[in-house]
Design a protein around this ligand. Structure first.
Ligand code: ADP
Ligand code: ZN
Ligand code: ZN
Length: 763
């Protein structure tokens, strides 16, 4: 509704209302605007408005209505248009976001913009006409009973037959792509002259046309493929009962070894919640895991599902958001940012792989979706389940202190034993691209016995650096304290920290020697080596470089699952939650870096990784084995993990954190600062620390300014100030006073700075 007379500037003395508006701009503050008095009672926080901003017109969000502005009313500009008649950010989401903005010491305006789908930040229509698509009719007209009969009748119209078959294939992939049918763009890429046959099929009601997003319904799945549901075992039943009967809705941690049937517990819990007409939010750490999980939910529950993740475009994401917000979908499966989706009938939240670092946003608004989910469940008084085979030390600490309730699934549901883990010492061994002979022998054995092997190395590319054998020159990044990784396939050097890229030199850039060596091995090199060594086996590399094309990750995962690929070489991507039934051997190639990392979470991550990756082995009929390469087989972390398990490791690790005064024993905040000018960054942090000292607080410790572990990145020098306290409350009281003043520090204008509450790492 455009404002009356908004083109002519209303009389300055006219009675008006004042609203605070969050505007999408890099400035860290909100802005005051005026609205005619006639808007009394019609506006609410969370509604979008169009406002003049400099020379632009931008879409902002109303934060609040205020009595008085800090600025003279006459100088305030008028809102051009109120775009919504109801608040798109519902009170629940608005409150959650406001709380998060305070907790993470982040400007409210920016936090609210983050909570809103990107599409709504840039477009004013709230009923977007989504891409049109065509799909097989759900209830075929005429008296054709099955697909075969339909195909038979189409024999005489080959073009229609072709289109129909394309749509049939699309149907099969609907779950994988979280997309229905085929849109015009895709048709254009598949075939020519498709419009006429499509219209003919429409007329015959064999296909239908739609405009809304993928709300997947259980019905969409082929009923013949329905896997039978297992009766739950005792441990699973106990967990379900305890969670369902908990009137207080405590936080429940489902601590179950890999393959113990956690997902079955989720399904069971969903059943009753969905039957009561409520909605469920399932958070997953990464996109790769959504199709698998979506499929299982659709197979076993009678429900409607939408998926939300970063590989979808703005329009698709908005449509999914819209479907959830308008109750067209009962179940939302999504990654981190889905936590901000309105779900009016929310009745249960599930956080899968709760220990995963992807739940923490690492730039901008640095929230942790797991922690916000807990708050959301509390506010709404509904159950929440955090599932993991390797719960975070934070969650374990909360269990110890009886804030969370733990449910343990000790055994694999299909009674398969957990795999045997063995260390392979690298000391004095002849190495082949970083792999010991014994390891290669074991791989060969497995392949000979029709086994499947997974090799994990958290380093993509061919080699982490090139080095001159004559003078020692190395390929350093000009802008970072790091080497540039050699990618052989496109013969490039790429910095994995700032993305700088250049052709790989054939000669030393220092002495001109051609004796340049690739040092160390990444996924690409391992893949090459193994393919040469085992030419009859299919080697599949799964990392960010080989899965850029849309759909390629799913394709590779499918081949891994079906056993078509014999050797899988991959990074982090492969470590998480995947169920590859045929894997008999898992090799972790490099643990030494993590054993001696400067980051305080490195040990926890390594223990989780080893346990998670190991969990990929021996999930089905064939027993599994795990080999871990290291130069330090006696290392206490590895020894504890191997002989006494993740639980024992976590007890020791929690004690270490306690002794070192690190989370979760003490709470941590980082003030990060970077600048092309190192001294400017240090000066800012010194000024910030000095400001902080004005408040005398014995319960709060400040350390720094210290250089970040990687001091220079992308041409900027990076420093940090660390704040610690045993009491959250004290820390937050301090932040609320301190952070708003930081912008005004004299050195603030020459640097970039950010506050990170509960940081995931200290890099
Ligand atoms: P998790 O999520 O803990 O890794 P899943 O739920 O994926 O475990 O279960 C692992 C395997 O065990 C799956 O193939 C699943 O179908 C099977 N499974 C789960 N629960 C049972 C049960 N009660 N009886 C038999 N098999 C089960
Ligand atoms: Zn040289
Ligand atoms: Zn770089």
């Amino acid at each position: 509704m455009p404002l009356e007379g908004s083109s002519t500037r209303p009389n300055a003395r006219q009675k008006t209302r004042i609203v605070k508006v969050a505007v999408p701009c890099p400035l860290y503050s909100s802005f005051d605007y005026r609205l005619p008095e006639s808007y009394a009672g019609l506006i609410e926080a969370g509604m979008r408005v169009r406002v003049p901003f400099g020379r632009q017109k931008l879409i902002g969000i109303i934060i609040d209505e205020i009595e008085h502005s800090e600025y003279p009313t006459a100088k305030l500009k008028f809102v051009t248009e109120v775009l919504d008649s109801e608040n798109l950010l519902t009170p629940e989401i608005f409150d959650l976001t406001s709380w998060a903005a305070r907790y993470y010491a982040h400007p409210l305006g920016d936090a609210l913009q983050t909570a809103l789908p990107v599409y709504l930040r840039n477009n004013d229509d709230t009923e977007p006409s989504l891409t049109e698509y065509w799909r097989i009719t759900t209830s075929p007209a005429q008296n054709l009973n099955n697909t075969d009969e339909i195909l038979q009748t189409l024999k005489r119209a080959p073009k229609q037959l072709q289109i129909y078959q394309l749509l049939l294939n699309a149907e099969k992939e609907a779950v994988i792509n979280a997309e229905h049918g085929i849109d015009s763009e895709t048709f254009n890429s598949l075939t020519e002259n498709w419009r006429t046959p499509v219209n003919a099929l429409l007329k015959k009601q064999l296909i239908e046309q739609g405009t809304k997003v993928a709300v997947l319904t259980s019905h969409d799945n082929d009923a013949d493929n329905q896997a039978p549901r297992h009766p739950l075992n005792e441990e699973q039943i106990d967990a379900v009962n305890a969670i369902e009967h908990d009137q207080e809705h405590n936080v429940h941690v489902l601590n179950g070894v890999t393959g113990s049937g956690k997902t079955e517990v989720y399904l069971k819990l969903c059943e009753s919640v969905l039957a009561a007409g409520k909605q469920v939010l399932v958070l997953v750490p990464e996109i790769g895991l959504t199709p698998q999980l979506t499929q299982r939910f659709l197979e076993h529950l009678h429900t409607t599902v939408v998926v939300l993740h970063s590989a979808m475009n703005d329009k698709q994401r908005y449509a999914a958001w819209h479907a959830a917000a308008n109750k067209q979908a009962q179940l939302l499966i999504g990654t981190r940012s889905s936590i901000f989706t309105p779900l009016p009938d929310l009745g249960l939240i599930i956080i899968d792989e709760e220990h995963d670092g992807s739940y923490k946003q690492q730039d901008g608004f640095r929230y942790n979706a797991r922690d916000l989910a807990i708050l959301r469940a509390r506010n709404k008084n509904i159950p929440i389940v955090l599932g993991s085979a390797t719960p975070s030390l934070e969650s374990l600490n909360n269990i110890n202190e009886q804030r969370y309730i733990e449910h343990i699934l000790k055994l694999r549901a299909n009674k398969r034993p957990l795999p045997k883990i063995q260390l392979v010492s690298l000391c004095n061994q002849k190495l082949f691209e970083g792999m010991a002979e014994t390891l290669l022998d074991k791989i060969k054995q497995q392949l000979d016995n029709q086994g499947q092997v997974l090799l994990f190395i958290n380093r993509r590319g061919f080699a982490p650096l090139l080095m001159c054998h004559d003078c020692g020159w190395t390929t350093n990044c000009q802008r970072c304290d790091a080497h540039m990784t050699f990618h052989k396939r496109n013969n490039q050097l790429i910095c994995h920290h700032c993305a700088a890229q250049r052709p790989a030199p054939d000669q030393c850039e220092e002495c001109g020697s051609t004796n340049v060596l690739a040092i160390g091995a990444g996924t690409e090199r391992i893949e090459h080596f193994l393919q040469e060594r085992f030419p009859k086996s299919q080697v599949s590399r799964i990392d960010r470089d080989t899965t850029r094309r849309k759909g390629s990750l799913q394709e590779k995962l499918e081949k891994a699952r079906s056993g078509e690929s014999h050797i899988l070489v991959g990074t982090q991507m492969l470590a998480k939650g995947h169920d590859f039934p045929n894997i008999t051997l898992v090799c972790i190639l490099d643990t030494d870096q993590a054993l001696f990392s400067a980051d305080f979470r490195a040990a926890e991550h390594l223990a989780q990784l080893v346990t998670q990756v190991s969990g990929r082995a021996g999930r089905a009929e064939k027993a599994g084995q795990v080999l871990i390469q290291t130069h330090h087989p006696e290392h206490p972390l590895l020894q504890t993990l191997l002989h006494r398990g993740y639980k024992a490791f976590s007890v020791a690790a929690l004690q270490e954190r306690q002794d070192a005064g690190l989370p979760p024993a003490r709470h941590l905040v980082l003030l990060r600062c970077e600048s092309v000018d190192a001294s400017a960054a240090q000066t800012f942090l010194t000024q910030a620390a000095d400001l902080g000292r004005q408040i005398d607080n014995a319960e709060l410790d400040t350390f720094g300014p210290l250089p970040a572990p990687m001091e220079r990145r992308a041409g900027r020098f990076r420093y940090q100030l660390m704040l610690q306290s045993t009491q959250r409350k004290i820390l937050h009281q301090f932040l609320n006073w301190w952070v708003p003043q930081l912008q005004k520090l004299p050195a603030a204008r020459k640097v970039r700075w950010s506050v990170d509450v509960d940081p995931y790492d200290t890099f």
